[in-house]
Design a protein around this ligand. Structure first.
Ligand code: NAD
Length: 397
């Protein structure tokens, strides 16, 4: 068996009703809490009610609470800078994120930078871009971060990543530091019942992509593979149910667990081609949600990557269709691609770049931007020609 390291420094408190314990949990880390949430205009009534209830629990536990309602979907340097300013002004000593990946990512950087006199975004975007590189303790430790996810998709509650868009260039970039791991994540599936069907599908597919890409990755370990496979199994079972009936708490539990397992796996093994490609599409076309930008390129990516890791594709094919247990790996792997197409159709994410209003003339440009990055990727490096092939097929579908 291969030697490996597994890192999961975030304490996960999982289960229905656990969000009510936020006061007692946060009070262990600080007394002045900056709660980071979406802008009220971006929240549904039930999201606002959840935020109000969490605030009450914090106050009952004796904390002073300051709310930064400034996190936006696909958070920008501008929205993070404003949060840091508020954290300093309030003299916050603990940060609480309540929301999806966008809120948690913004809160990670707010917590990280609030103890420093200034933020060096150039340093972040040039030197913090390698997932496993930075794990030295900082001279000035960041504020402790507690995360309460309200979507089941990004796994951000258990990763060292934050995806931030530079307001100046519109470029969306993943930045990484081991100090971005939250101290505690409270994963309460009850908070996810209000997610509408389309966002449930898009975020659920994001979780699938984390489990899948970490599983086929050369950095995968025996530990991360177990987590990835269980996440995929749960998503195949529960995502269609959560889309069909959002109030199905068992389905929400299954998805919240899958998202968390996939996030832990992602934090250890990393992503493959669809993630950087999806993020580049997201930078050029910010109206396209993250899950859609991934789903649109997946069918071609599956066919591109299949031969490089046949046994793993066979394993996944068999999760989709247990009848494939009776056939050889080559056949099960090939069938995995067709089974996956059917799954995408079932969850309403069978898309084309053309339907998403992406210009055909942009495809070559995307390939050019991406090629230096994708040539290093696992499990199969992609050249500019490969990228053109994948994108053109995704356009025509
Ligand atoms: P999001 O946070 O951007 O939210 C999407 C929409 O869902 C928003 O309109 C929000 O108001 C709504 N929403 C959230 N919770 C809800 C609830 N309980 N009820 C009703 N509506 C709700 O979505 P996301 O997919 O969780 O996060 C996407 C961001 O995370 C992207 O920027 C992506 O690049 C990033 N990301 C981060 C990581 C990581 O490891 N840090 C991994 C993958 C993606």
């Amino acid at each position: 068996m291969k030697n490996f390291t597994h890192n999961q420094p975030t304490k996960v408190i999982f289960g229905v009703g656990n969000a009510n314990r936020v006061g007692e949990i946060t009070a262990k880390y600080g007394t002045r809490c900056l709660m980071v949430a979406y802008h009220p205009s971006k929240m549904s009534k039930s999201q606002k009610t959840s935020c109000d209830e969490l605030k009450k629990h914090l106050e009952l536990a004796g904390l002073d609470v300051f709310i930064y309602y400034g996190a936006i979907p696909n958070p920008t340097t501008e929205c993070v800078d404003k949060g840091i300013k508020l954290a300093k002004k309030c003299n916050a000593n603990v940060v609480l994120a309540v929301g999806g990946g966008s809120v948690i990512d913004a809160a990670k950087v707010i917590a990280f930078c609030s103890t420093n006199p200034s933020v060096d975004w150039d340093l972040f975007f040039s030197q913090y871009t390698i997932p496993f590189a930075l794990d030295e303790p900082l001279n000035i430790p960041p504020l402790p971060l507690i995360a309460i996810p309200t979507t089941s998709g990004t796994g951000s509650q258990v990763t060292q990543a934050a995806i931030i868009t530079d307001t100046a260039t519109n470029q969306k970039t993943g930045i990484f530091h081991s100090m971005f791991f939250p101290k505690v994540s409270i994963v309460d599936p009850k908070l996810m019942v209000s997610v509408p069907p389309q966002i449930t599908a898009e975020t659920g597919f994001d979780a699938f992509s984390h489990a899948f890409e970490s599983f086929i990755n050369r950095n995968a370990t025996p530990y991360s593979e177990i987590l990835s496979l269980e996440a995929i199994r749960l998503i195949i079972k529960w995502l269609p149910e959560a889309i069909k009936k959002g109030s199905n708490l068992e389905a929400r539990e299954g998805m919240a667990l899958a998202d968390t397992l996939a996030g832990i796996s992602l934090a250890n093994a990393g992503t493959a081609l669809p993630h950087p490609l999806g993020e580049t599409i997201g930078s050029l076309y910010p109206h396209i949600p993250h899950g859609r930008s991934l789903a649109v390129i997946y069918p071609e990516f599956m066919r591109f990557a299949c031969s490089s890791t046949l046994d793993k594709f066979a394993t996944i094919g068999r999760l989709f269709n247990p009848l494939l247990n009776n056939v050889q790996d080559e056949i099960a792997a090939e069938k995995a691609c067709g089974e996956f197409d059917e799954f995408l159709k079932k969850i309403g994410l069978w898309l084309s770049l053309k339907n998403l209003n992406i210009q055909l003339s942009d495809l070559e440009n995307i390939s050019k931007i991406m090629a230096p990055i994708t040539l290093r990727l696992s499990p199969r490096p992609a050249s500019e020609k490969d990228l053109n092939h994948i994108l053109n097929h995704a356009y025509q579908r």
